[in-house]
Design a protein around this ligand. Structure first.
Ligand code: ATP
Ligand code: MG
Ligand code: FE
Length: 388
């Protein structure tokens, strides 16, 4: 079955054609990063207007790259939430209109569920008929999924296709949001995740070459971790505030804090930053590395604990932060001794794309599910959790 997937929930416009929820025929993503970079984040009004101009060329490119005509497409799918209302409206309206015009089945897709299904996508060719099972290489249930994206951080137990149990979630900022906000504090630009990862890798490599201990260097910045013991919940806002105070103490790169005159006073993190600055040149990259370690620490330990408690065979990562190399490595180290398999999507399928939409849609369509053309956008949509 060939599904045309459309993604427009935020600032990426995507169209993709995927066979049987796994094999990629085409995947086109138009990103607005350059447009939003100058504002340090996504501006909703701008995003929806950009979606409008990008959607048709992106769709045409996806069909062309897949060498597909409309006769080859079996169904059409588009994201209906969560996301920015104006952006969602563009992709959903185009998807429903095409389904009507070309008389194809239509299914609306939950963007978060699609992030999880990115783990079913694979780079290779589709198998020839009769060679191997079609589901070879699929993630195995029951599994624990760590969803870490720009707006969500959730630990989810997935017992079967479509069966989600919420184990824990963030009480404040999402992991990706923390990366973005801290990158802004450190003056590293948008989007923050890749910028922080790069800065961290740079200083870690430098220290290796100088044969200096990374652990020792990071001691200059001892950052808080919210363990929230006894729960699988997360909290990253304390870490973000500590980073703000630290950065201002160390480098003065957060002038908005100074104007309030009070935040810094009495903050141990501001003093920690000042001390680090007095000891030598303030090091933004080392700050980035310490921050990344603090966030990865909590994510990895909690995910490992959930994998142990629920005795799962597999852990999968989903969402933009799943692209983070440090998170991938650390979780691998946590899970190897337990003989729990870890998988994560190829980097380009971690952040927003339409291939994951087509993949999730395939599994709904296989169960006979369709949506009517009266389906509306749902900006606040969450995963369809079952009661535990
Ligand atoms: P949601 O999916 O929750 O609606 P979103 O679609 O905006 O939010 P994604 O596209 O899943 O979010 O992910 C974007 C986020 O991933 C950004 O916050 C970005 O900083 C983060 N990110 C991307 N690459 C990396 C990386 N290498 N390390 C850490 N974070 C990263
Ligand atoms: Mg985005
Ligand atoms: Fe996303």
């Amino acid at each position: 079955m060939l599904v045309l997937g459309i993604e427009s929930s935020c600032d990426e416009t995507g169209a993709a054609i995927v066979q049987d929820g796994r094999y990629l025929l085409s995947n086109i993503v138009a990103s607005q990063i350059e447009v939003h970079n100058r504002y340090g984040g996504v501006v909703p009004e701008v995003a929806s207007r950009q979606q409008l101009t990008a959607i048709i060329p992106v769709l045409e490119a996806a069909l062309e790259q897949a060498h597909c005509g409309w006769d080859d497409v079996d169904a059409i799918a588009a994201t209906y939430g969560p996301g920015l209302a104006g952006s969602l409206l563009v992709g959903l309206t185009v998807g429903k209109s095409l389904a009507l015009a070309r008389t194809k089945p239509f299914v609306g897709v939950n963007h978060l569920e699609a992030h999880i299904y990115a783990n079913w996508l694979r780079q290779g060719e589709q198998p020839q008929a009769g060679v191997g099972a079609i589901n070879e290489g699929d993630p195995e249930f029951p599994l624990i999924c760590l969803v870490v994206s720009g707006a969500h951080s959730e630990l989810v137990l997935v017992r079967e296709h479509g069966h989600y149990e919420l184990l824990g979630q963030t009480r404040d900022d999402a992991a990706g949001e923390a990366f973005d906000k801290v990158a802004r504090i450190l003056g590293l630009g948008y989007p923050g995740g890749p910028a922080i990862q790069q800065a961290a890798q740079r200083v870690e490599e430098e220290l290796r070459q100088q044969k200096k201990s990374l652990k020792q260097a990071r001691k200059a910045y001892l950052l808080p971790r919210a363990w929230l013991r006894g729960t699988y919940d997360f909290s990253f806002s304390g870490l973000k505030t500590a980073m703000l105070h630290l950065a201002e103490g160390a480098t003065g790169v957060a002038p908005e804090l100074r104007s309030t005159g009070q935040a810094k006073q009495g903050s141990r993190y501001a003093r920690m930053g000042e001390q680090a600055a007095q000891a030598g040149a303030p090091d933004v990259a080392l700050l980035a590395s310490s921050f990344q370690e603090a966030i990865v620490d909590v994510l990895a330990v909690k995910t490992r604990q959930a994998a142990q408690e629920y005795n799962v065979k597999q852990v999968v990562l989903a969402g933009g932060v799943a692209a983070n190399a440090s998170l991938r490595e650390r979780l691998q180290r946590e899970l190897t001794p337990l003989h729990v398999r870890l998988s994560y999507p190829p980097i380009e399928f971690c952040t927003d794309n339409a291939a994951m939409i087509a993949s999730a849609a395939f599994f709904h369509l296989s169960r006979g599910e369709r949506h009517g053309l009266d389906l509306d956008v749902q900006p606040g949509l969450s995963l369809p959790f079952v009661q535990r």
